[in-house]
Write a new protein. Structure first.
Length: 292
């Protein structure tokens, strides 16, 4: 086999692997209705390229190496598809549209199944075509078929388990979303109750504020009235003080010595009058006793 063919096959494997990875992982940025079949078509075209370049190869070990690369390419696409599936499911864990995620999961699972089956099928076809073109190695065809059949059976079991795991994951996720929805409903109800209590408190506070303002207005009016009353008492006190001062001034101006002398004379006259009255009363009592 020419070195050029080997180099072309190695480069083609890398090129097809990168192209398949881009088609699978960045499928959401590519809007095409036949995008689902693109990875499988890449496996098919790579198998045709391997068959074409191995036409002049008579080394079975080298031919098997490049023919098996068809299977490895399909398995690589399967692995990339499953990794992309779990990445999409994990990144969209809080999304509300569960049906869209389920259809997306089936899309990636379908890509992984189709690419793995295509890898096994086209690898088998390429090897059968190579053995047909090189009949001296036809004894190994049955062994290859049995080996490929066992690989396909193991893939079938693994895919069944993968589907069961995906179904379990989606069911658990639905339950988690249901629980989160219930918790969110309870939270919204509690928030509504809190808002109602806050509004009631605000209304009560506003009513109390209005009553307090009215009471303060009344108190201000009463204080104004009391101020007027105190001002009146102050004026009366000032007038009383002025009158007392006038009386004191007049009392100082009055002839107190002459008044005191006259009062003493009046007191002496009153004493004499009392003595006269006592004498008269004594005489009257004596006469009454005589008459009796």
């Amino acid at each position: 086999m020419l070195r050029t063919s080997k180099t072309v096959l190695n480069g083609a494997f890398l090129l097809f692997a990168v192209g398949g990875f881009a088609l699978i992982f960045f499928d959401q940025q590519i809007d095409h209705q036949y995008l689902f079949f693109a990875p499988t078509a890449l496996v098919m075209f790579y198998a045709l390229l391997v068959h074409r370049l191995l036409a002049n190869c008579y080394e079975q070990t080298l031919a098997d190496h490049h023919i098996d690369s068809v299977y490895f390419l399909g398995f690589l696409f399967t692995l990339v598809s499953l990794i992309t599936l779990f990445y999409r499911l994990q990144s969209g864990l809080n999304a509300a549209d569960g049906s869209a995620q389920i259809s997306q999961a089936f899309y990636y699972v379908g890509v992984s199944v189709s690419t793995s089956i295509a890898g096994v099928l086209f690898r088998n076809m390429a090897r059968g075509a190579w053995l047909r073109d090189h009949p001296e190695d036809s004894d190994n065809l049955e062994k290859s078929y049995q080996l490929l059949k066992s690989i396909a059976d193991s893939f079938s079991v693994n895919y069944r388990q993968t589907f069961e795991q995906i179904q379990l994951f989606l069911s658990e996720r639905r339950e988690s979303l249901s629980v989160l929805s219930d918790k969110e409903t309870e939270y919204l109800a509690a928030l509504e109750r809190f808002i109602g209590a806050t509004n009631g408190f605000s209304h009560g506070l506003d009513h109390s504020g209005r009553e307090l303002s009215a009471r303060l207005q009344q108190l201000s009016e009463q204080l104004a009235l009391h101020g007027e009353t105190v001002a009146g008492f102050t004026q009366l006190g000032a007038a009383f003080t002025q009158t007392a001062a006038q009386l004191h001034t007049q009392a100082e101006r009055a002839p107190l010595a002459a008044i005191n002398q006259e009062l003493e004379q009046f007191h002496g006259g009153v004493g004499e009058l009392n003595r006269v009255l006592d004498s008269v009363i004594t005489l009257l009592e004596a006469r009454v006793e005589r008459v009796g």
